[in-house]
Design a binder for this molecule. Sequence first.
Ligand SMILES: [Zn+2]
Length: 181
Amino acid sequence: MDLILILGPMKSGKSFDLISRFASLQYAEIPFKIFQPEKNTRDQSVWSRNGVSLGAEKISDLRAIKKEELKVAGIDEIHMFNDEDAYIIEEMLKRGIKVIASGLDTDYKGEMFPVIKRLLSMGPKHVEFKRAVCEICKNPDAVYTQVYKNNEPILTGIPSIIPEDGSYVYKPVCRNCFLRK
Ligand SMILES: [Zn+2]
């Protein structure tokens, strides 16, 4: 079955894209579910910045999906899952479940998340690379997500669990504005 990936930096419309691919399934009576990592504490649904949302189930790892009787599975914030979870997605594809996943492709260093690398190696039918507006120069070609603390970009040594108290700020930036170590 098909794997579809929707990738890109912060604020590039990934969640809206994911939701819009599921909106029509609601009327077609096709069994589907959208999943989100438990680490994402933002809220209980996939939420896009233009106010559209769709109910999502929180899971700590993708093994929770394995038993589900679904035709289509959506996974939001896929980059927050473990790279081993990519093999669970492969099992789902073998079982005939279509998987649509969205998330960041690269981390704060501009390096691809291991789970994304594995998914790209599994022959996705379609990969959408989204762009955002660069928050530094305002050009609409941001491909990276720079992480700031106290207005300073963090180039190395980010904590593995980032506090959700707003002390870390994520900004989409273009190739020219992205800073590397
Ligand atoms: Zn820029």
